[in-house]
Design a protein around this ligand. Structure first.
Ligand SMILES: [Zn+2]
Length: 321
């Protein structure tokens, strides 16, 4: 079988070749992948997590078809790969926070991932895709939708509160705005991309056109340093800023007095739990969640798909196996 192997970092070094089967657990035929910043940065040697093994096969946002009967999955079923490695035994796992497992990591980063035709995955990482969820919706859950949903939950959002998404046209923005809307929040977005409109926001501001006096109870900011202080400035008294990304850089100078005098909170968020992934599938049972698709590539065209990620694109970049 074939896979895309990182012999050394850099997209130009990604090699399409025969690979040995890897992983442990249920054999999965990968059917679809979605391209995200994690995969892109990993291939280019820029992830903040430890990569193993080397040479490496990336691909952390995938769905597949089960090849063997397991205890809770059957041959032929469609499944999402919950992409966290976890031991089920540490305090974090026992409290339901397997994404924070002290012996854990990210599947596809700390292990080989789904940029190969078949891979073995622990059964506890496989979540059945209900019939009401399409392949494109399903493949957008493990990173894009789950990251956005977990971030909203981390903010302890209440019905009727105002929430503002930076990077509103991005993967987490488009999905997060729809989910927040379903959860009864008053949704706003920040983006210079017109496509951010129509996903549940009352208003999309251009980056340089957020009214100075505009404030929000919750701000979701995956953009990193460039707009970090800006997003703190637009936070209401007692407001919560949730961060889970560093797309424009990882260091930022912040006005500390501005945080304590208004009792603002800065909250870290990463990935999400299996329970939340199940909750998302349930939300999709009762509500239409739209996943915009920028482009679809064949598996053999993965390098082109990753290149497309670096271009200005609108919606998910999908790879069909
Ligand atoms: Zn654990």
């Amino acid at each position: 079988m074939k896979g895309f192997v990182i012999e050394k970092f850099g997209l130009e070094n990604l090699t399409f070749r025969d690979v040995e089967e890897s992983g442990e657990g249920i054999r999965l035929k990968i059917t679809m992948a979605a391209i995200n910043p994690l995969d892109f940065n990993l291939v280019n040697g820029k992830v903040v997590y430890g990569v193993a093994p080397m040479p490496h096969i990336a691909g952390s946002e995938v769905i597949g078809e089960v090849m063997d009967d397991g205890v809770s999955v059957r041959k032929g079923q469609r499944v999402i790969v919950y992409n966290r490695i976890f031991d089920s035994t540490c305090g974090m796992c026992i409290s339901g926070n397997e994404h924070l497992c002290v012996h854990g990591g990210i599947w596809g980063v700390g292990t080989n991932g789904g940029f190969q035709e078949y891979v073995r995955v622990p059964e506890k990482n496989l979540i059945r895709i209900p019939d009401h969820v399409t392949d494109v919706q399903a493949v957008s859950i493990p990173i894009a939708a789950l990251t956005a949903y977990h971030a909203i939950k981390r903010s302890n959002a209440h019905v009727g509160e105002k929430i503002l998404f930076y990077g509103a046209a991005g993967n987490t923005g488009v999905l997060g705005m729809q989910i927040a809307n379903i959860m009864g929040l008053d949704v706003y977005g920040v983006s210079n991309n017109e496509m951010a409109k129509g996903y549940g926001a009352v208003k999309i501001f251009r980056r340089d056109e957020i009214p100075e006096d505009f404030t929000s109870d919750i701000i979701i900011n995956p953009m990193g340093s460039e707009v970090f202080q800006d997003s703190l400035n637009h936070l209401s008294r007692g407001g919560r800023l949730v961060t889970f990304g560093i797309l424009t850089g990882r260091n930022s100078e912040i006005d500390i007095a501005n945080i304590y005098t208004s009792e603002k909170s800065i909250i870290g968020s990463t990935g999400g739990t299996r329970q939340e992934l199940e909750e998302l599938l349930e939300i999709m049972r009762n509500h239409q969640i739209r996943v915009p698709v920028d482009s679809t590539f064949r598996f053999e065209e993965l390098v082109t798909a990753l290149k497309r990620h670096a271009d200005k694109h609108s919606g998910r970049i999908i790879v069909k196996y």
